[in-house]
Ligand binder design. Structure first.
Ligand code: IPM
Ligand code: MG
Length: 370
């Protein structure tokens, strides 16, 4: 029988509640579909700091490096606001991204028909929305050196972050965007700030050259990132694939998330390069929403982004495309049936908690195999 190894890192806040709903789906797929998932578990974020004094332990890092895929919940919360910067909860996530070399972050923003009216935009602007943000994830200002606060000795300090991109980093993320565009509507929009930033000038050049060299069948446009943000809320359906750097991708993906009705809806996949020998990629799957400490522990969080992240895991790590399609359809069906968590609640719908939403999705998923 196939074995497929998963490391679960539920993390803090609503992470564990959302992860519990994915566990139910894994258990079903193992018991009745012979999926052969073996799961291990670890700590990341504030809970890891409490247990080990680090945002992720060396032991858990080793497990992450060895697993076929990592499922990640969320990290952070006010409890850890004062911990040293190096061991703050987010450092665990950033280390995972860096050490696993997960340079390609895929953030699809899909507006489920049933949720068009939950968006902050007019329903006609978001109905049928299907965009994919491809965010560079291991470079740019997130990791560039120097990164420090220095004392100028005159009563002033200076905070420094460094935005830096090398040719190969831009080439490989552009390649991912073009490849994915070919499986969709064949259009890529690249966003940077070439009018202000040297890294933006290089980004624009390298994307243009990569396109010319290997992907001229794909339609390529360029937009300044600020204008891109404006266009995302003005007419989001003009986009197919957006490719952008680490920081712009962070911001633009939160904007895109809200278009779909709720931050609680957006999954993501973070992928490394395929191993030249095995063809396998290291991968981590995480909901775009954070730990939402204000609602943690209440059983009311929306587990859909976490479940949809698992669907992306089925698709990209295990090539279980049909199962991924069915799980995504199950989510759409449950929403169509009027079941809602509080964040996406609408008139005439039935409000449920985290576990009931997870159960409803599992029931719908099972029906696809009946
Ligand atoms: C995200 C988050 C992270 C980021 C944080 C938690 C470090 O906002 O995944 O979008 O900034 O990348
Ligand atoms: Mg973010």
């Amino acid at each position: 029988m196939t074995t497929r190894t998963l490391l679960l890192l539920p993390g803090d806040g609503i992470g564990p509640e959302a992860m519990a709903e994915v566990r139910k789906i894994i258990a079903y797929m193992n018991a009745e579909r012979g999926a052969g998932f073996t799961t291990d578990e670890g700590l990341v974020g504030g809970c890891a700091y409490d247990a080990h004094g680090a945002a992720i332990s060396e032991g858990d890092m080793e497990k992450a490096l060895a697993a076929d895929a990592v499922l990640f919940g969320a990290v952070g919360g006010p409890k850890w606001d004062a911990v040293p910067y190096e061991v703050r909860p987010e450092a665990g996530l950033l280390r995972l991204r860096k050490d696993l070399k997960l340079f390609a972050n895929l953030r699809p923003a899909i507006c489920y028909p049933a949720l068009a009216s939950a968006s902050s935009l007019k329903p006609e602007l978001v109905e049928g929305l299907d965009i994919l943000i491809v965010r560079e994830l291991t470079g740019g200002v997130y990791f560039g050196e120097p990164k420090e606060i220095i004392d100028l000795g005159n009563g002033q300090k200076r905070g420094i972050d460094t935005q830096v991109y090398d040719t190969y980093e831009i080439e490989r993320i552009a390649g991912v965007a073009f490849e994915l565009a070919r499986t969709r509507r064949n259009r890529v929009c690249s966003m940077e700030k070439r009018n202000v930033m040297k890294s933006g000038v290089l980004w624009n050049q390298v994307v243009t050259e990569t396109h010319k060299r290997s992907y001229s069948d794909v339609q390529l446009d360029h937009m300044l990132a600020d204008a891109g943000g404006m266009q995302l809320v003005r007419a989001p359906k003009q986009f197919d694939v957006i490719v952008t750097d680490n920081l712009f991708g962070d911001m633009l993906s939160d904007v895109a998330a809200m278009l779909t009705g709720s931050l609680g809806m957006l999954p993501s996949a973070s992928l490394g390069a395929p191993d030249p020998k095995t063809g396998k990629r290291k991968a981590l799957y995480e909901p775009v929403h954070g730990s939402a400490p204000d609602i943690a522990g209440k059983g009311i969080a929306n587990p859909i982004a976490m479940i949809a992240s698992f669907a992306m895991c089925l698709r990209y790590s295990f090539n279980l495309v049909e199962d991924a399609d069915r799980l995504e359809q199950a989510i759409a069906e449950v929403l169509d049936s009027g079941i809602r968590t509080g964040d996406i609640m609408a008139e005439g719908c039935r409000q449920v908690g985290t576990a009931e939403m997870g159960d409803a999705i599992l029931t719908a998923f099972r029906k696809h195999y009946a």
